[in-house]
Ligand binder design. Structure first.
Ligand code: B12
Length: 252
């Protein structure tokens, strides 16, 4: 798409995205590509100007009812892919029009680089450098309590949603370059090593019981329907989708 009509104004972009949040339940947080590239190793670096503007996309607990269910109700048939991924891809694509045709590139959480198993974007690092969430990794603990050969995956917490959110991707505006702006600092809500250990252990060893999401007090959680949807394996979600459609009066 041509970017001729694009108002290369970061404040205007922020305004449009802020408006979208109220309608969709998706939160957008600014970062510069360079901030992300400084943290990750070479295979994960993004090939854009370090000053290019970008936004990490976070789905709040409300996204399911505000964006996904309306998407399901409008569609007569669902494609081969994951319907939630499809709904978010659709929604993010629609932003291009709201932004007067600004050239933007959408890097989604589930996309890999070509035929490799390397993600196009590491959304947790992007979330951390944007200041929206804190990415807890084992190296954050003063004393590492696990065997060196044990894989411990890192996990982000949001100051308002705890673990009740997902990082859906990053939108890059390759032609919108931003000068020096202060770097946001994410809020570290876990004061002690003990709490960080608790979070990482819940996330790594008991993620299916949802408890890692509640290690801090939260403002809102997923609805029962949303929890049921995510705890069902993708191949068996069709029956939930059908149930949502047959009770559509409740949502329209
Ligand atoms: C592959 C993958 C998995 C794999 C492997 C996990 C992993 N972390 O490698 C498996 C299948 C095991 C998995 C499982 C789960 N996953 Co998963 N997964 C991913 C995915 C697609 C890519 C992660 C990846 O490959 N990372 C590669 C490694 C190398 O990255 P890294 O460890 O972060 O290393 C980088 C940082 O350390 C950075 N870095 C270095 N120094 C510093 C310093 C600072 C300060 C910072 C900020 C960064 C930084 O540089 C490194 C790279 O060079 C992400 C989405 C995405 N696109 O990012 C979701 C994601 C991490 N998964 C997620 C979730 C929720 C889960 C599950 C609970 C299942 C689910 N979807 O409900 C389970 C929980 C884990 C478990 N117990 O099994 C969420 C986590 C949300 C959160 N709150 O953090 C993500 C972000 C998806 C999302 N859409 O929100 N997952």
């Amino acid at each position: 798409m041509s970017s001729a009509g694009c108002v290369k104004n970061i404040e205007k972009i922020k305004m449009v995205l802020e408006e979208d949040y109220h309608a969709s339940g998706l939160n957008y947080h600014f970062l510069k590509v360079g901030w992300y590239n400084e943290k990750v190793t070479k295979p994960f670096r993004l090939n854009y100007d370090p000053n290019a503007a970008a936004f990490v996309v976070i789905s709040s607990p409300e996204m399911f009812e505000k964006t996904f269910i309306p998407f399901l109700l409008k569609r007569h048939c669902i494609g081969e892919g994951d319907p939630l991924d499809e709904s978010l891809a659709n929604h993010l694509k629609s932003l291009e029009h709201k932004l007067d045709g600004c050239h933007l590139e959408i890097l989604q959480d589930y996309q890999m680089q070509g035929n490799t198993r390397k993600p196009r974007i590491l959304v947790q690092t992007a979330g951390h450098v944007s200041g929206a969430v804190y990415f807890y990794q084992r190296k954050d603990l003063a004393v590492d309590p696990w065997p060196v050969d044990k894989r411990i995956y890192g996990v982000c917490l949001h100051p308002r949603y705890g673990g009740w959110f997902a990082l859906r991707g990053v939108i890059v505006f390759p032609d919108v370059l931003v000068g020096d702006v202060p770097r946001p600092t994410p809020v570290d809500t876990l004061v002690s090593d003990e709490k960080k250990k608790e979070l990482l252990e819940k996330y790594n060893f008991n993620w299916e019981d949802w408890s890692f999401r509640d290690v801090i007090p939260v403002e809102s959680r997923y609805s029962e329907l949303q929890k049921q949807y995510f705890s069902t394996v993708p191949a068996e979600r069709t029956s939930i989708v059908e149930r949502i459609r047959s009770s559509c009066a409740k949502y329209s």
